[in-house]
Design a protein around this ligand. Sequence first.
Ligand SMILES: *[C@@H]1O[C@H](CO)[C@@H](O)[C@H](O)[C@H]1NC(C)=O
Ligand SMILES: *[C@@H]1O[C@H](CO)[C@@H](O)[C@H](O)[C@H]1NC(C)=O
Ligand SMILES: *[C@@H]1O[C@H](CO)[C@@H](O)[C@H](O)[C@H]1NC(C)=O
Ligand SMILES: *[C@@H]1O[C@H](CO)[C@@H](O)[C@H](O)[C@H]1NC(C)=O
Ligand SMILES: *[C@@H]1O[C@H](CO)[C@@H](O)[C@H](O)[C@H]1NC(C)=O
Ligand SMILES: *[C@@H]1O[C@H](CO)[C@@H](O)[C@H](O)[C@H]1NC(C)=O
Ligand SMILES: *[C@@H]1O[C@H](CO)[C@@H](O)[C@H](O)[C@H]1NC(C)=O
Length: 505
Amino acid sequence: MRVSSVISVLAGLHATSCVAANDSWPWQTYKSSSFEPPHLKITKSGATAPGYLFFDQSWDAHQYSVFMMSDDNELIWQSPYGDLKDFRVQMLDGKPVLTYFNGIGVPEPFGWGYGIIQILDQSYQSIYNVSVIHDNYTAVGTVDSSSFVSWLDIHESTMTSDNTMLLTGYNVTQADLSSVGGPKDGWIADSLFYEVDVKTNDILFRWSAKDHVDQISLEDVQPFYPIHDWGHNKSAPYGYFHINSVEKFQDGSFLVSSRYYCSLFKIAKDGSVDWTLQGQTGGDFSLDGVNFAYQHDARIRNEEDSKLVISIFDNANSDVKNGTDHTEGIFMNVNLDTKSVTPLRLLDDPRDEIFSTSQGAVQALPENHVLIGYGSNPKIKEYNADGSCIMTAQFGEDSVVSSYRAYRHPWVGIPNTAPDVFSCIDTSHNTTNVYMSWNGATEHQQWHVFGGVTQNGLPRLGVTPKTGFETVTSVKGGLKYVRVEAHGHGIKAGVSKSVHVQTQC
Ligand SMILES: *[C@@H]1O[C@H](CO)[C@@H](O)[C@H](O)[C@H]1NC(C)=O
Ligand SMILES: *[C@@H]1O[C@H](CO)[C@@H](O)[C@H](O)[C@H]1NC(C)=O
Ligand SMILES: *[C@@H]1O[C@H](CO)[C@@H](O)[C@H](O)[C@H]1NC(C)=O
Ligand SMILES: *[C@@H]1O[C@H](CO)[C@@H](O)[C@H](O)[C@H]1NC(C)=O
Ligand SMILES: *[C@@H]1O[C@H](CO)[C@@H](O)[C@H](O)[C@H]1NC(C)=O
Ligand SMILES: *[C@@H]1O[C@H](CO)[C@@H](O)[C@H](O)[C@H]1NC(C)=O
Ligand SMILES: *[C@@H]1O[C@H](CO)[C@@H](O)[C@H](O)[C@H]1NC(C)=O
């Protein structure tokens, strides 16, 4: 069980340490940077959509962080360490920004978290932190919440075109569980969602599953998440709803995904349930060639009159049921007139059948490509318009490392920090080796290397092309100081400090 060890190590929001309980998967190291991103094992059989891979890693990962990496296994940007999740590019004021959760994740069998959503601009500067501070929450009993600065959960941080964000929260509270055989004064983890103005943190909408138990009954969840021993105390609250995505319809209502109800709910602006799409029984719909269970990441892909296209990551597996049905990406037609649901695209890789028991995401890419991040299975796959898997990138062993959501995005990064340089003398070859990198910089193509025996006024010794996250070059003889400059088409030069050369490599 990972539960107790992870919680104690990651107490507090500003945790900089990382859990490195399992170092069995290889990672990359650099001389000019302390980042240690995973080695991506990539197989590719066709052209992928433009952009870099964005993912987080946790559980027994080597370094807890979020990563932007290329299909060539090169790091582009890594954040400072932390329990970070759902790393992606979104639009704020018409400009691309980076967003991710920063806080603590409470692992399965709970599977939620407490923290903030960070928003960074193109220079990687933190411009907004989205938080919910004043709502009165209680954490699960095993977590010390005294240092919490916000109560936002890991599961959702989707921006709307109105500069608002859709967010989730988990509140441990009391409820009568006697109707399903639990205690009358029982404990639940209520699921909430919000729409919040990201610049002011004003709460524009708040909804709680507990407030709607008349329409979303405890009885209905029993076949998929039986109460068993849950709910007797606040260290074991019955987390029966388990909200894991929120999206907004054009009319201002919301599409909500509940993992344990195996259901998507349309929540009206007054909070009531307009319809339920249940993955096994259909709920208010008839299922014709589609079924799903314990799904994640429900997205509205098209909305025309009474016809919707919704995509989900269909885990089909969870901590309560696993190993029978494989995981798929599903795009489905939802007809609100005929109340029927039919498949549009079912995406899986027959050469690599996956049983993902938690997390996961499905992203629609240009030219009908689809990117799928497999959650508890640390793999990212891209499918082409024919539905064939054309790329797999793996960064850990199944169920050892996990990534909440993965994406592919084009990105231009212009850091306001200086490049990093490390240099040492290779005595056996009588050369000075120079290692240079610039976390997050995407536009430079060349490095200019300066060196000499005094700290100032170093002459330029040469120019070398950028070869990846870290470029290495060597110059003849033993130098005392070096500095480097990054140059590229249309960018200002990034100038490193002048550093002491180590006398031995
Ligand atoms: C690390 O993961 C590997 C591969 O799944 C496994 O064989 C090994 O037992 C794990 N080690 C620890 C310490 O968890
Ligand atoms: C957001 O929070 C992070 C982590 O605590 C902090 O480093 C950063 O300065 C904050 N940014 C803003 C805009 O407040
Ligand atoms: C906050 O919730 C606790 C129960 O968890 C309750 O005792 C307390 O009165 C609430 N406070 C406010 C200000 O609502
Ligand atoms: C959390 O539950 C407590 C009661 O236990 C309640 O007072 C509080 O309002 C709830 N918080 C939210 C955000 O619903
Ligand atoms: C809470 O309930 C669970 C399940 O019944 C039990 O295993 C655990 O010991 C209880 N914890 C406390 C602190 O009472
Ligand atoms: C789920 O089932 C698959 C297939 O039987 C198995 O490989 C995997 O280890 C199981 N995962 C968990 C978390 O039980
Ligand atoms: C090392 O290289 C420098 C510059 O090329 C040269 O001046 C020096 O004599 C060399 N030293 C040795 C030990 O070969």
